[in-house]
Design a protein. Structure first.
Length: 328
């Protein structure tokens, strides 16, 4: 640090302020210090900085089911948002949603000296008796129904209402639903909102068909729907299942959207290239991640841990897979 200060013609305190991203440094001085750091190959000693500040600039991340599209996109977006906030991320991926597994993941991350932890889609938090280890700030994404911790999520209910209302407005008498797994927060919120929207419209509420988020699960549900001639509109709880539903209906000779309209949820990059292009609900994972990191960093810096609930609105994307019902 002294060498950088001498080369840049500033004090060691100024070098420290630049290294720690403080704002009370003139831009010309900051650039001179950064140039000196590059010339000398200087890297801040993060261990020493942690001893001074009490912060390691590292976030822990616990994710359940990385094979799920939404979870994987959220993880990716959180890592990028953390980097922009000058934090690194250590991740633990676990499959077993048990109290023991959650506590083991917390222990592993806290031993790695993280400043805060993000949990993604942790249904185990529904267990009333579960208490997460204290002493570390926590933000959950799609998994804290009791709001015991700060939580950020897409407004799943709004998304399901938008797409269900879109199908009803096209003239369909009702909308069938291929839901996600029964233990999923997102799937439950979407199904509950679909049900409420149909009820509010005075439409018949068909029985729910449950899938597993996969195209194969959607295909099996689609084969069941194809045997029911009265089905004219289907909302699948994600785009992969919508793809399976579309395939099953097409194999049965049902035209999309001429005979049956099909909509999904998530807006996969490939959704615009389905045949036909898929009407769906776009989740803004980048905004969700930015809010998660902002809440967690706020807790780290202030020491306050409010049980705040933030909902990020989604957007309906209308494409060619939905249209008016066939003539009676």
């Amino acid at each position: 640090m002294a060498d950088v200060a001498a080369l840049a013609g500033v004090s060691s305190q100024t070098v420290s302020r630049v290294a720690n991203h403080r704002s009370n440094v003139e831009e010309e001085t900051r650039q001179r210090v950064l140039s000196a750091m590059r010339v000398l190959g200087y890297r801040p000693n993060t261990a020493a900085r942690a001893l001074v500040t009490g912060q390691f600039r590292t976030l822990g991340l616990i994710s359940f089911g990385l094979g799920n599209f939404g979870n994987a996109r959220t993880v990716d977006a959180v890592v990028r948002a953390a980097q922009r906030a000058d934090y690194t991320v250590n991740m633990v991926a676990i499959e077993a949603q048990t109290e023991q597994a959650v506590h083991a993941a917390f222990d592993r991350l806290t031993m790695q000296a993280v400043d805060g932890i993000v949990l993604i889609e942790a249904q185990i938090l529904d267990t009333p008796a579960l208490r997460l280890p204290s002493g570390v700030p926590v933000v959950t994404a799609d998994g804290d129904a009791g709001h015991r911790h700060a939580t950020v999520d897409t407004d799943q209910a709004l998304g399901a209402r938008l797409v269900t209302r879109h199908l009803l407005d096209l003239g369909h008498d009702t909308v069938w639903h291929v839901a996600g797994p029964e233990d999923s927060h997102a799937a439950r919120r979407r199904a509950e909102s679909w049900h409420a929207t149909l009820t509010e419209a005075g439409a018949t509420v068909p029985p729910v068909l449950f899938g597993d988020w996969s195209a194969a699960g959607g295909y099996e549900a689609g084969r069941h729907l194809a045997r029911r001639p009265g089905v004219t509109a289907v909302l699948a709880a994600n785009d992969q299942m919508a793809l399976g539903v579309t395939r099953a209906l097409a194999e049965a000779g049902r035209r999309i959207p001429g005979d049956v309209s099909v909509a999904g949820f998530d807006d996969l990059d490939e959704a615009a290239f389905f045949s036909p292009p898929l009407t769906t609900v776009r989740q803004d994972f980048d905004v969700v991640a930015e809010r998660i990191v902002a809440l967690l960093v706020g807790q780290i810096e202030t020491g306050r841990t409010p049980a705040t609930a933030v909902l990020v609105p989604p957007r309906l994307v209308v494409r060619d897979s939905t249209g008016a019902p066939p003539p009676r």
